[in-house]
Each structure stands twice: as C-alpha cells, then as structure tokens.
Design a protein around this ligand. Structure first.
Ligand code: BGP
Length: 461
C-alpha cells in the first residue's frame, strides 16, 4: 500500500524506558541509588508519596511486556541498565542476578524481533558514589568506565547500539541548580563541574567502545530549541546564551569534540569554569559519537531579562534570560508543557546544517496526561490526543527526512506508564496503561494506531 507519510526502509519504530522508572528497585538484589535514598529521606517530595520501590515491576513482567512490544510491531526498544543493580555500590563485584536479568531481557527482545538499544546511565547514580561526590569526583569517572567495560563485555555480543547517558544536562539542572534531583545542591560552579566530568566520562567510554567493539555508541540529549521572543538583539542574545547552557554544553562536545568558545568565555568572565585536566581536550576531540538520540518534548521560549538579578543571589544560567510565555501557544495542560511540533524539524535542520548531519533518531517524544482513566471507553483509554501528538510530530520529522536530515527512527516515551521521578505516576505516557494495584497492562488506542504505523512504515492523514 502507498502511504502519504512514508518513512525510509528499516526505520526504527519503538519506544524508550529506563531502569529506575520501570524495574522496581527492591526486586532482586540491588543496592541503593540516589532515588531510593531521596525517597527514604523525603517521601513528601514525590507525587502522592509514591517512591521507586515497585514502579511497573518490569523485573518480573518483562516477558509479558516484550510480548506486547511485539504485538504493536516494535522493531527496537531503549532500556537502561541500573548501575546499582549490576554492580552494587557502583564498584567491585558484579551481581549475578542482575546479569541473568539483563541477559534474559536482551535475549527475549531479540527473539521477538525487537532490537535492544541500551543506555548506561539514566539519572541513577549508585548511592555510594554520590556519597563521594558523584560526578564532581573524578574517581566516579573511573568507576563508570569500569562499569561500562563490564556491560560491554557481558552484553556487547548482542547489543549493537549503546548510549552513554540520557539527558546528562538534567542531573546538572536538577541536582545542582534547581532542586529537583538529589543531592539538591544549588551551586553553579559544582553544576558545571558535574556537567564537564560527565562529558569526560562519556568520552572515555566512547573510546573504550570504539577500541574494542564494532557496534555504534552515542548519547541521548534533550535538545530544546531556544526561540527568542523577537529579533531584538537583546532577545537574540538571551536565546543564544540559553542555547549555550542547555543544548550546546553537551551537543558540541559530543558531536564536535569541543565546547563553544562563547560558553567558555562566559563562564570565564563569571569565574565559573570547571577544573580540567591535561589530556581531557584531546580525549573529547578524538572520541565523537556515532549516533545521536534526540529527546524532544517542548520548546524553550526566551526573552531578555526585564530586571537585574539580585547581587546576592547565586549565579544561575537564568541571569541571562527570562522565560517567555508566548501568547497563543498550544499547551499540554496536564504536564504544563507547550506543544510545538515544528521544533522537531528545527532540531533536525540544525543537526544537518551545523553538526555534519550526524546520524540521529528521536529517542523520546511523548505526551504525559494526568487522570487518563477519564478517557476510558469500554475498558480502553481512547487517547486520541496522544495519536495527534505523535502524528503531528511525525509529519515534521518526515519533512526533515525529505530535506535530507539523517534521521533513522522514532521512539515514543514510553512503552507503558511508568514512575517518573518527582512526578511519580502523575503523568501517564505509555502505549499501555498500568494498573498500579494489580500491575495489569492494557493497550490504549494509541498502541493499535502505532502498530499500524510501524507495520506500514508510515501513515496517511
Ligand atoms: C525525560 C526523561 C524521562 C522521562 C520523560 C518525561 O526528560 O528522560 O526519564 O521522565 O522526560 O518527563 P516527566 O516524567 O518529567 O513528565
């Protein structure tokens, strides 16, 4: 059949998830990560006081979940390995239960025709390593490199697409600037050190992989276009600085192997540069990603600040811009995020024009909705809003491909409803709903729509 929006052959249709959000922390032997710790200390910080102990119990139910992936014609799925499960404490002996679990998951995926894309770090620092400073401490880079070596050795025969980090800017923002991740520090200098050390760790692991294996390795970045309110030079400057902080601080070192000079100059002016070591520069320059995962949910709109920051307030990226609420913007009212489908196209054109048209795919895109049960009709959630959301983004993605962008796939966030950090189970994103009392999975309308799209490798309007 001919379809209007036809995607290239072998396009990756699938979805993404992460260990802490799905497996259930207490299942099997696992040491604590920062989420277990934070929940123990401050359960009130999590929506309805729900913590990460059970989540969607993927640890026990992976067979059923993978069977469901097959049913909706997934050909790929991204999961992450829990560092604290594979290597309790983050360093030292490997947990054989975890090896069995991840082997089973990987084998089950492959047997069902779903290629596993495996990410090594999705916000889940082992607690013991956080206690020595997390990414602030270069010993953690060593530990991460050793952990990656173990993962490659154990699973690299079957896993051919690896990712070092998911959204590495988020633990920087959440943990060191804006108080939405443990360790809840507010200190920009530490934040930049954490971001920098993360990229050194990333480059070390890319190097290791390229020297020893033949698959592809990349990174998953949440690229958020910074649209200026206007073409006024002050607004343009604000959006440029925002882009430097939140996109290019990771995109440039990952794809070009170096930091933007403007960013270095800005941090230097405010005495915020991280400590570097000899050899880092060459390491970054020589170990570029093969593949880029792009997470896109919402744009960022910015304007020049109307007021000066208080001289005693801590240094923040926000010293240089204000968020701009564009009148008439289209919103997802549940999550409070703007929906701007063309953003996906703008990102891809930017990658084509300024980043060597690096091979990429949409590694997360999706719509979180609260109280989705109100859309139940005869036992099924009729999530037409999600179908529209996906479809409109796919149209712009399709257009970018027609214009020569090197895009290889689309993964929805997420396969089934899962636990989402401080929001816990507030916003539901899945193709499958999860009943938290019974753990029963039920396909939403979007699941069958996506099954058709994947089968036809495209869709008609
Ligand atoms: C991304 C993360 C995911 C997931 C998703 C949805 O930033 O990679 O882990 O949480 O966002 O966001 P939220 O759960 O905050 O609605």
């Amino acid at each position: 059949m001919t379809v209007e929006y036809q995607f290239p052959e072998n396009f990756w249709w699938g979805s993404a998830a992460s260990a802490t959000q799905t497996e259930g922390g207490e299942n099997g032997i696992k040491s604590k990560n920062i989420w277990d710790q934070w929940y123990e200390k401050e359960p009130n910080r999590f929506f309805e006081n729900v913590g990460p102990a059970v989540t969607s119990d993927f640890y026990h139910r992976y067979k059923e979940d993978i069977a469901n992936m097959k049913k909706i014609n997934h050909n790929s799925f991204r999961l992450s390995i829990s560092w604290a499960r594979l290597i309790p404490g983050g360093r030292g002996p490997v947990n054989q239960d975890a090896v069995t679990f991840y082997n089973n998951v990987i084998d089950e995926l492959i047997e069902n025709g779903v290629e596993p894309f495996v990410n090594l770090f999705h916000f889940d620092m082992p607690l013991e390593l956080q206690e020595i400073g997390g990414w602030e401490n270069r010993d953690v880079i060593e530990a991460y490199d050793d952990y990656a070596a173990v993962a490659f050795e154990l699973f690299g025969d079957r896993v051919k697409k690896w990712f070092t980090f998911n959204e590495p800017v988020v633990p920087v923002e959440g943990g060191y600037l804006y108080d939405f991740h443990y360790p809840n520090i507010v200190d920009a200098k530490k934040a930049f050190q954490v971001g920098y050390n993360t990229m050194v760790a990333h480059a070390r692991v890319v190097k290791r992989y390229h020297e020893n294996y033949d698959g592809k390795i990349g990174i998953v970045l949440n690229l958020t276009p910074s649209y200026p309110r206007s073409q006024n030079p002050a607004d343009l400057k604000a959006s440029h600085i925002c882009d430097l902080f939140f996109n290019r601080s990771f995109l440039d070192p990952a794809v070009k192997g170096e930091y933007p000079q403007d960013l270095i100059d800005l941090l230097s002016t405010y005495d915020q540069l991280p400590v570097t070591e000899e050899g880092d520069k060459a390491l970054l320059k020589n170990n570029l990603v093969d593949l880029l995962g792009v997470n896109y949910y919402q744009p960022r709109r910015v304007k020049a600040r109307d007021t000066q920051p208080h001289p005693d307030s801590p240094f923040m990226p926000d010293w240089f811009f204000d968020n701009y609420e564009m009148p008439g913007r289209k919103m997802n009212p549940y999550r409070g995020w703007e929906i701007y489908e063309k953003g996906i196209y703008d990102i891809m054109i930017n990658l084509k024009e300024n980043y060597g048209n690096i091979e990429s795919f949409i590694s997360e895109n999706g719509m979180g909705v609260q109280d989705e049960d109100k859309f139940l009709v005869d036992g099924r959630i009729e999530d037409d809003y999600r179908i529209d959301f996906i479809k409109e983004h796919l149209k712009w993605l399709h257009r970018s491909i027609q214009e020569g962008c090197n895009v290889k796939g689309y993964h929805l966030w997420t396969f089934m409803d899962n636990w989402s950090w401080m929001n816990a189970y507030k916003n539901r994103y899945g193709f499958f709903s999860v009943n938290l009392e019974t753990q029963e999975r039920t396909a939403k309308k979007s699941a069958s729509w996506y099954a058709d799209v994947s089968e036809n490798n495209g869709f008609n309007e």
